[in-house]
Design a protein around this ligand. Structure first.
Ligand SMILES: Nc1ncnc2c1ncn2[C@@H]1O[C@H](COP(=O)(O)OP(=O)(O)OP(=O)(O)O)[C@@H](O)[C@H]1O
Length: 226
């Protein structure tokens, strides 16, 4: 199953916020269809590293970095640090960051999932099947099928977390960057999300930050300590 192909190659990466250096000469290969866990003490730069991988770091004016991040997109190798700002939306469809704070939008369940499709100019009539498929993929469909037009705020914490994952998955990303995906969940819900993450590995490559040791041991094919 694991092809051992490198999908992301990070070379000599340095990151500064203003004049303070956060990441120093970091090198890492991320293997396709694997789960890589990023571990290290609080404040060491784990989230910042994920933000570099899909270049969301450029949104921070006080951030600067050097080094390379190569993304193997089918047969093409792209240096993401060299992309123009115009090319970034396309990159962020392929490498999706899921924040540790479930950023539910003030819309219905179905509108939350339609949102990324709308940005891609996909028609509502073409979206319905995609929405059902992705809800099934995150094992949420049976719980919400009768209330797709109700506010997403009414969902439980674990349901919201699965909705956020579904929203990340609806554009079929190549790489999923998960920042503490179970931080606010109880043990039972965390286990559900962990099982889901293991299933997702078949479809995409996962980089995960977690401060739960047992979670890292359960999920990770490799662990990168900063
Ligand atoms: N936009 C920013 N401007 C200045 N400093 C920042 C910015 N974002 C993060 N930092 C600082 O950079 C360091 C790394 O932050 P980051 O969030 O990447 O760490 P982390 O390892 O993910 O931490 P945690 O495990 O607590 O979430 C921290 O000291 C943080 O305060």
């Amino acid at each position: 199953m694991n092809s051992k192909k490198t999908i992301l190659k990070i070379e000599n990466l340095n990151l500064f916020y203003n004049s303070k250096q956060i990441l120093k000469d970091l090198n890492l290969d991320i293997i396709e269809n694997s789960i890589t866990a990023i571990s290290g003490p609080s404040g060491i730069g784990k989230s910042s590293l994920l933000l570099i991988l899909n270049q969301m770091i450029r949104e921070f004016e006080n951030a600067s970095f050097s080094g390379k991040v190569y993304f193997s997109d089918n047969e093409k190798i792209i240096d993401v640090t060299n992309l123009s700002n115009k090319e970034l939306p396309e990159l962020r469809k392929k490498i999706v960051y899921v924040s540790q704070h479930p950023d539910i939008l003030p819309f219905s369940i179905s509108e939350n999932l339609y949102f990324p499709l709308k940005l891609q100019k996909i028609k509502k009539s073409d979206a319905n099947d995609l929405i059902v498929d992705v809800l099934r993929q995150v094992h949420l469909y049976d719980e919400v099928k009768d209330r797709l037009n109700d506010s997403a705020y009414l969902l439980s914490g674990g349901q919201q977390q699965r909705l956020i994952l579904a929203r990340a998955l609806i554009l079929k990303p190549k790489v999923l960057l998960l920042d503490e995906p179970t931080a606010s969940l109880n043990e039972e819900l965390s286990l559900k999300i962990e099982n889901l993450i293991l299933e997702l590995k078949n479809d995409c490559t996962i980089v995960i930050i977690s401060h739960f040791k047992s979670q890292i041991l359960n999920l990770a094919d490799s662990i990168f300590r900063i």
